[in-house]
Ligand binder design. Sequence first.
Ligand SMILES: [Ca+2]
Ligand SMILES: [Ca+2]
Ligand SMILES: [Ca+2]
Length: 482
Amino acid sequence: MSDLYKGLTMSVGSRGKIAFAAALVVALAVFVALIFGSTRGRAARDVVVDRAETAIVGPKAAGKPAVGNVRGTRPNILLIITDDQEKTSMRAMPKTLKLFKRQGVDFNHGYVTTPLCCPARATMYSGLYAHNHGIITNNPTKQFGKTYLWQDTFPAELQRNGYYTGQFGKYLNNWNKKREGDAGFDVFKDDYNGIEHDRKERSKADMLTARRGARFVKDRESSDKQPWMMTVSLRSPHTPLVAEKKYDNARVPKFKPPISFNETDLSDKPKYLREKRHDKTLGYITKRYQKYEQTLLSADDGVAKVFRTLKETGEDRDTLAIFVSDNGYLFGAHGVLGKVFPYQEATNVPMYMRWPAELGKKGRLDTRLVANVDFAPTFYDVAGIDPGYQVDGKSLFDPGNDRKYMLTESVKWKAIQDKRGSLIETKTNDPGKPFVELYDWNVDPGEMDGKPRLNNANQKQRYREMSDYLEKVKDCSGSDCP
Ligand SMILES: [Ca+2]
Ligand SMILES: [Ca+2]
Ligand SMILES: [Ca+2]
């Protein structure tokens, strides 16, 4: 058992003393930083951070923290994002699964609060819901510098607090470095921004991004004492579905159609979805999915490459890494092809965390309802940063991060869900009368019948509770948010 794990059995008294000592160290560090001006480039990795107990909740932990610590040093921070990756396609990424599922934490109830590229990423960077950072579409230029402030994101906060920061691959759609600024990155290589539909370049994107990330880690060897943060934003499996040449005919796991594949009766679904229905054939979708998975083979190689470099440079242990997709994808569920829908295939994404120094290398399942809105608060927590703005999410290491309901939202709809089902309200022309869907996954796991059933007291009470709660939190901010 490492020293950090002894935190679990420490008496309250000794915790208090350590917390006090840690607070002193942090205060001293801040004092020194103030004297020497900007902390940028100065803060050492061995700054001791006083943070809450690590609360990783798994089935065996019966809701109690499985790992605890009261202090630790600041880790490197690595965020890996895939683009449009729905959950079941993780099967096409064995190397990533080995690193993250077998050696890390699997969040099986991990969500993106808005299942669309740019809003989801803005939420990751800021720790804010889309209704607060303002980016709700993929064309956000008007929000930059107004509702979305790059100064209030984790790269900028970490940079201000002594981290060396890098961004590789897509940051946010339409972000223009010259106009909008460097967004808090010391190194900023947003490859393929604007030319992401170039079919010729597409197949090489993941390896280029991974190579740049690996180079960044290697370069940091010369200043090994300073922690770094980087985002590796992979292109795959976003369209155009052009795999690397060597994977053009690679074997990949076969497509398994969802229960709701080309759902016949859509009378329980909102109008915009009914109008979007494609009803592509199983043959077409199977083929398309195969291409989609083939692009993921390069993303998998890219992840493996970055971690090989972490091992070579001795950085693996002290790096907190999160792997996530910016949104899921519906492959024929409810007859549609796409994202931005309030259904599980779009919102429940692959989400893993790995940090050998604190969490060991035993695979765990964390069953809490967590989301991308929790990432920035998590990074602030482990780096001992009090951000200069109010976040909506909660640190994944915060024992208080154990929400009963999750809020998800988009332009057309807002929804809340627990682990049993969801209530979705889609806007109609009448603001007081949203189109309502209510799902209970115990009886309807495919979300095939959203017409609210209010046949008994239980159903009525659940419906009332969920719609009241949605009304209460749909425009929430800070600690009022779920
Ligand atoms: Ca996306
Ligand atoms: Ca090193
Ligand atoms: Ca139906």
